[in-house]
Design a binder for this molecule. Structure first.
Ligand code: CAA
Length: 298
């Protein structure tokens, strides 16, 4: 595999494009507008600078990485030469079904179609295409250039060849692929989201404050971020969407999203990306001060 198309240039999409390009792959990055794509390239540039500052990459390697990325607003042009397409659009089933139907028509028959979905069924997505054996989940973690895991999700019809190709490719990116089957939340979010939801319930019920809950998990369990800060980092809307998939998929009330999370998302407080969640963020920074909504409440 040499030519990789990444569809969607948000946080995950630009991180995925960055990582493939850094490891010498030709990347076509596709999104709906030039403006969105320029912002994605700016983010990649900034994140490459972090790696240069840390001595992970040289300036020449940074330039080569950027040169490996071409941007497209036309889906057909962006995926025409792809050996692999990694879809990283929003977590919306209808959007993903439409995209995979289009990708099935626009790519060569041998192209593998992967989704970076955090919880939508790969089998459901594969069902809209004529190539269920070549549809797979390739779930990266945020920040993609840093986190080692790739959750490789086998849909009902995914072939051994497709799974082996994605596992091998993940290793070539310096990642640690873990193969899992296609059930709600796969493995990562089936375990992570109930923990985040429980942390939100703990706040909602007044057991402890934001700093205290996060402090317990950071200092007591050596988590790099507490669950509330991590929820802000992932996006509260994304956390809610994943919990809904778990709740509906298993029909078990233990996955019911905390009403506080539902309210926050309804109010537009989505965490880092909206500037406000459990913490408040100033533009362009993930520096966190507890949101005024949650100070002095105990
Ligand atoms: N691109 C490149 N490098 C980056 C980066 C990026 N976007 N973000 C951070 N880095 C690098 C930094 O340069 C730094 O490099 P060194 O180790 O060489 O010094 C390193 O990552 C650590 O960054 P910082 O020093 O800035 O900050 P930190 O030590 O607080 O670490 C963090 C930041 C890596 C994000 C850390 O807080 C962490 O691991 N948080 C938890 C992340 C996590 O759990 N991610 C999974 C979320 S779930 C998900 O993504 C999937 C889903 O389906 C919901």
């Amino acid at each position: 595999m040499k030519n990789i198309s990444v569809v969607g240039s948000g946080t995950m999409g630009n991180g995925i494009a960055h990582t493939f390009a850094q490891f010498g792959y030709q990347v076509s990055l596709v999104d709906i507008s030039d403006n969105v794509l320029s912002k994605a390239i700016e983010t990649i540039d900034k994140n490459l600078d972090r790696q240069v500052t840390k001595g992970v990459l040289s300036k020449a390697e940074k330039a080569a990485t950027l040169a490996n990325i071409t941007v497209f607003t036309d889906l057909g042009q962006g995926v025409a030469n792809a050996d692999l397409v990694v879809e990283a659009a929003s977590e919306n089933l209808d959007l993903k079904l439409k995209l995979f139907k289009d990708l099935d028509a626009l790519t060569r028959p041998g192209t593998i179609l992967a989704s970076n979905t955090s919880s939508i069924s790969i089998t459901r997505i594969a069902g809209i295409t004529q190539r269920g054996d070549k549809v797979i989940g390739m779930h990266f973690m945020n920040p993609v250039p840093v986190m080692k895991l790739v959750e490789v999700i086998r849909g009902y019809d995914t072939s051994d060849e497709t799974a082996a190709a994605i596992t091998d490719l993940s290793e070539k990116l310096g990642k640690y692929p873990v193969e899992v089957n296609d059930y709600p939340g796969f493995v990562a979010n089936r375990i992570l989201m109930p923990m985040i939801n429980e942390a939100i319930y703990t706040l909602y019920e007044g057991v402890a404050g934001v700093r205290e809950i996060d402090g317990v998990m950071k200092l007591g369990m050596a988590h790099p971020m507490g669950p509330l800060q991590l929820a802000d980092f992932i996006g509260l809307d994304v956390c809610l969407a994943i919990l809904k998939v778990l709740h509906e998929g298993f029909g078990n009330p233990k996955y019911a999203p905390c009403p506080l999370l539902v309210n926050m998302v309804s109010a537009g407080n989505k965490g880092v990306k909206s500037g406000e969640g459990f913490y408040s963020y100033t533009a362009g920074s993930t520096e966190a001060t507890v949101s005024r909504k949650f100070t002095g409440k105990l």
